[in-house]
Design a protein around this ligand. Structure first.
Ligand SMILES: Cc1cc2nc3c(=O)[nH]c(=O)nc-3n(C[C@H](O)[C@H](O)[C@H](O)COP(=O)(O)O)c2cc1C
Length: 282
């Protein structure tokens, strides 16, 4: 069995990497193989929204027009039994790198055949294998007690990754700003990130999360998490039945079908026509 940690930090020796390494030590202590993938070391380009992956509902890993390292990473993730998503807290969320990676991943590992409380066309995992999933978030300024107010990244992973990778959510850690000392002056407060240290307590939390993941895998019987509880789902279904959600505007307005049926967009190039265009302004 194998656990892969997807680390989206920009600093290879920073707090996220220290915590993720510890978590993987915990995983390894249970006899499960562990590997960390540093997204920053890979060629990961932006999604072009050409919808090539979205149109394919057959493949376990849908194709992509961009030839970079994402396919290799996703293959490893699909082969893995457990996935840890690790990110620094940036602007109260994940790093741009994690978000860019997930944009590239979502319709390749999901197909738009899912249903959520009566709303069809939502992502459903393509793979049937159930994987253990966990999250590591590392913050520079916000203490643990304020995590709920200033960390939407963990919530995003908790709600989206089990759905995308057919996951059983094992747990999470939020490593807030444990400080070497309390700031003594305004100037100190302005340099809060520099007072932040990864504490032994946080490293223990990371190790324990890794152990928990390994033990969960060794026990087996993983069950994919449902996004909505039974009662919420029933209420949402009722709402869907009684409220008109979509405004139907007709063919004239055009949908994305036109774009989906042509080849993917190419990088910006000069216009073929040299005829001067008539200005729209009078
Ligand atoms: C652009 C940027 C935004 C940040 N936003 C937050 C934030 O919203 N909350 C917070 O507590 N720390 C924030 N930080 C601090 C990082 O979370 C902190 O430095 C973290 O430990 C970085 O992880 P690393 O050591 O793996 O790079 C931010 C840092 C940067 C560079």
């Amino acid at each position: 069995m194998k656990v892969i940690a997807i680390n989206s930090t920009y600093r290879p020796k920073g707090s996220t990497t220290m915590l993720t390494r510890k978590a993987l030590e915990g995983v390894a202590s249970t006899g499960v193989e562990a590997e960390m993938i540093m997204l920053r070391d890979h060629d990961i380009r932006y999604c072009q929204n050409c919808l090539k992956c979205y149109r394919d509902v057959e493949s376990e890993l849908a194709p992509c027009t961009i030839d970079d390292d994402v396919t290799g990473i996703l293959r490893k993730m699909l082969d893995a039994d457990g996935l840890i998503f690790a990110s620094p807290v940036h602007n109260g969320f994940l790093t741009g790198l994690m978000t860019a990676f997930y944009e590239r991943a979502v319709w390749r590992v999901c197909k738009p055949t899912g249903e959520l409380a009566g709303l069809k066309g939502v992502p459903a995992p393509r793979s049937t294998k159930v994987r253990a999933i966990a999250t590591i978030a590392s913050a520079g300024g916000m203490p643990e007690k304020l995590a709920k107010l200033c960390n939407d990244g963990t919530k995003f992973i908790r709600e989206n990754m089990p759905m995308s990778f057919n996951g059983h959510y094992v747990g999470e850690i939020y490593a807030g700003a444990d400080l070497v000392r309390m700031p003594a002056s305004d100037q100190d407060w302005q340099r809060l990130y520099f007072l932040r240290r990864v504490s032994d307590r946080q490293l223990r939390m990371a190790y324990d999360l890794g152990v928990k993941m390994g033990q969960t895998l060794n026990r087996g019987r993983l069950k994919p998490d449902r996004v909505l509880g039974g009662f919420t789902a029933a209420m949402a279904k009722l709402y869907m039945k009684t409220v008109r959600l979509y405004n139907v505007v007709g063919e004239k307005e055009g949908g994305d079908e036109a774009r989906a049926s042509v080849s993917p967009p190419e990088p910006t190039r000069p216009r073929a026509s040299t005829t001067p265009r008539r200005s729209r302004t009078p």
